[in-house]
Write a protein that binds this ligand. Structure first.
Ligand code: NAD
Length: 460
């Protein structure tokens, strides 16, 4: 086996809370990807031909096996990604739920019958074939499953490329799939570098669709390369989402929900509400109430049940986040452990211009910017003044205003008087530079099918 200069043979997986090596995982070469595609294509043909009820049953069994290994998967995620144990349990449970939900769709993947003269017209939803799922490190398990579960349910095979820093839960899930009785090679996990293993999936003619979650920069490269073959893509990209607090809101409730709306997962969340827009008449009061909430966030050992926020994923991410925060900080700062590991304290920046880099670029760390606005029109203008459009929140007691602002903000996932936005049974995806296509929700399986229209003449 030969390697070109930029290829690496292994990736070290570090525990972000300690900086220690957890495991070393081999990187998949382009030639190995090629072989995996051939195996997947064979497995997919058998899977697509199986009775829908049998496919559904196997996916439900996969969900059950994941459930039996929930704690093990959660602990693995704590070790490789530094997620708090509470979050990690939720994430493993989310994989189980996604599999169950997708399993329920196998027998409901209906085509249509459309009225025509002289015959019968039906549509058939056919699987695409082999799907490449390229996942990021911030939510390794759920995001892998967002693509994988519906793709399998719709009759496809999946090749999953986890992020370099977080391959362990994906590898374990593939073992659990086999344990549950899924056909061999139907779900294969291919750890490796993005520009080698990921790129090999993107360029491979045998891969029908790429489901990519990650940075806008890489998403655009993948789309450009896919254009050559008209390869289907779903892109879930970056975000810089607003949290809009009107003076007529329940201010205490809005303040109480603010810290974890951008600190959950140490801010490494594409939906983090990292641009807090507060109506000027309550701006000072908002900051005054927010300070104790930020200062009291428990940051530390992610395996401790009481911890609310763990470390960042890597040294590189730590440097990136530091780059956005000035030494002479105006705002609020919480606490974080010293010593080994990749720690950064909860941080709120004030007195910034709306077009400052920290106010409009995705930081992907525990940092929010608070900006004042004058009125509803100003709030909408500021909310839309970024290249992204993934999610956002609106705090107001005025129902009409909640609806007007929800309509006016160009983002795929909004919540009113709350910060929730990702449920496996509701659609998720971005406007503008935040993505293309939708995942999850009632149409999740359809995104992994091609529609064939058949007209059958009754005249012959
Ligand atoms: P990234 O784009 O660097 O990497 C994502 C994945 O793509 C990794 O598996 C990586 O190895 C792979 N990759 C990198 N270069 C590639 C190439 N040339 N060809 C094929 N694959 C390649 O992103 P990241 O730093 O891992 O993740 C953070 C980003 O993900 C943030 O911008 C965040 O907002 C975004 N994100 C979006 C969503 C969403 O649903 N919209 C969810 C989570 C994260």
């Amino acid at each position: 086996m030969s390697y070109t200069h930029h290829e690496v043979t292994h990736h070290e997986v570090l525990n972000p809370a300690t900086g220690q090596v957890v495991e070393t995982v081999p990187a998949t070469t382009a030639a190995e990807v090629d072989a995996a595609v051939a195996r997947a294509a064979k497995a997919q043909r058998g899977w697509a031909a199986a009775a829908p009820a049998d496919r559904a049953r196997l996916l439900r069994r996969f969900a059950a096996v994941v459930d039996e290994h929930l704690e093990e998967l959660a602990l693995l995620e704590v070790r490789e990604a530094g997620h708090t144990i509470g979050n990690a349990r939720w994430e493993a449970g989310n994989v189980r739920d996604l599999l169950d939900f997708a399993a329920g769709g196998v027998e409901r993947l209906n085509g249509r019958q459309i009225p025509v003269a002289g015959g019968l017209d039906i549509t058939i939803l056919e699987p695409l074939g082999v799907i490449g799922v390229i996942a990021p490190w911030n939510f390794p398990m759920p995001i892998a499953a967002w693509g994988t579960a519906p793709a399998l349910a719709a009759g496809n095979a999946v090749l999953l490329k986890p992020a370099e820093t977080t391959p362990l839960t994906a590898l374990r899930l593939a073992e659990l799939a086999l344990e549950a009785g899924l056909p061999e090679h139907l779900l294969q996990v291919l750890p490796g570098a993005g520009d080698v293993t990921g790129n090999a999936l993107v360029e491979h003619p045998g891969v029908a669709k790429i489901v990519f979650t990650g940075s806008t920069r890489v998403g655009k490269q993948i789309m450009a390369k896919s254009a050559d073959r008209l390869k289907r893509v779903t892109l879930e990209l970056g975000g810089k989402s607003p949290n809009i607090v009107f003076a007529d809101s329940d201010l205490e409730a809005a303040v109480a929900a603010t810290p974890m709306s951008f600190l959950d997962n140490s801010g490494q969340d594409c939906c983090a509400r990292s641009r807090v827009l507060v109506q000027r008449s309550v701006y000072d009061r908002f900051l005054e109430l927010l300070a104790p909430g930020i200062e009291s966030v428990v940051v530390g050992d992610p395996s401790d049940e009481k911890t609310q926020m763990g470390p960042l994923i890597s040294q590189a991410q730590l440097e990136r986040v530091r780059g956005y925060v000035p030494e002479e900080l105006k705002g609020i700062r919480g606490t974080a452990p010293d010593g080994p590991g990749f720690w950064f304290p909860p941080t709120v920046l004030t007195d910034l211009e709306p077009d400052a880099p920290a106010a409009c670029e995705e930081i992907f760390g525990p940092v929010a910017v608070v900006l004042p606005f004058e009125d509803e029109a100003d709030a909408i203008r500021l909310a839309n003044a970024t290249e992204y459009g993934l999610s956002g929140s609106i705090w107001t007691r005025d129902v009409g205003r909640a609806i007007r602002v929800s309509r006016a903000v160009a983002a795929g996932n909004l919540s009113v008087n709350s910060h929730s936005s990702v449920r496996y049974w509701t659609p998720f995806g971005g406007y503008k530079q935040s993505g293309l296509g939708r995942e999850l929700g009632p149409d999740a399986l359809t995104a992994f099918t091609e529609t064939k229209n058949v007209f059958i003449s009754t005249e012959a």
